[in-house]
Ligand binder design. Sequence first.
Ligand SMILES: NC(=O)C1=CN([C@@H]2O[C@H](COP(=O)(O)OP(=O)(O)OC[C@H]3O[C@@H](n4cnc5c(N)ncnc54)[C@H](O)[C@@H]3O)[C@@H](O)[C@H]2O)C=CC1
Ligand SMILES: O=C(O)[C@@H]1CCC=N1
Length: 271
Amino acid sequence: MTSGPVVLVGAGNMGGAMMRGWLASGTEPGAIIVVDPSPAPAMAELLKSEGIRHCPAVPGDVTAGALIVAVKPQMMGSVLPGLKPLIGPDTVCISIAAGTTIGTMARHLGDVAIVRSMPNMAAMIGRGITAAVANDRVSDEQRSFANELLMVTGPVEWVETEDQIDAVTALSGSGPAYVFFLVECMAEAGRKAGLEDAMAMRLARATVSGAGELLHQSADHAAAFRKSVTSPGGTTAAALDVLMRDDALQALFDEAIAAAKKRAHELAEHG
Ligand SMILES: NC(=O)C1=CN([C@@H]2O[C@H](COP(=O)(O)OP(=O)(O)OC[C@H]3O[C@@H](n4cnc5c(N)ncnc54)[C@H](O)[C@@H]3O)[C@@H](O)[C@H]2O)C=CC1
Ligand SMILES: O=C(O)[C@@H]1CCC=N1
């Protein structure tokens, strides 16, 4: 099954992160083929320097061992039909696109082995988290091959239903953006509290990345960390009283994640 090359369709931010992960984990450049009509200059340079075959259009002489589709969701409908020639009886097709369902992929690609996955942007530094679901055409061997290809950007969680992938998209797929916005909000609040702009941003960034690193390095519950920052009657308690009042922040997150999940369903409908 692994005899065919790994064909990456779309070498942008996410596809590029995966490709760099494959190279770092020892995949031979000759075992990778990239299909992308307009890769960014840095990516085009990397393909050249690594000696990775770059095809601006789908090649006619390749049967993929794994086919990884990493184009924008809105492109999926126009890109998928052209990928059929890359698929042989043993190919496992892996999508990382938000929203596009296994059903939509099968409509374009045929009754083939399909894994729908959702990584996140921290894949770019090998610190992502990916969830994946497989259709019933995926063999154990194909599933472990897919797992190997996905885990180069961080841990992989396998879920049972596609509905869960939409929830994953809303939580961890889009999640880095919520954290970046949190940094922006904290910095702005710090500025209003009297700090100079750039310093407020430096403090907010370092706070969020440091807290993230604590979570990364320890298995302790987030609530346990929160409690150890919070002295009774102290400054943190005063701030948390505001953030937790009437479940304010929780209610906002409930609404935000439900909106993202709904959007994933809408993207699926337009697939
Ligand atoms: N950016 C993120 O944080 C995350 C993105 N995703 C998913 O990953 C997918 C890709 O997103 P990004 O990497 O951010 O997008 P991107 O815009 O950085 O990359 C897309 C790439 O596809 C290429 N492309 C365009 N038309 C093509 C075609 N016909 N054939 C082959 N390649 C083509 C573009 O040249 C570009 O290099 C999306 O479906 C998105 O839902 C999933 C998780 C996180
Ligand atoms: O915003 C999006 O649609 C994609 C999916 C997860 C992160 N970015």
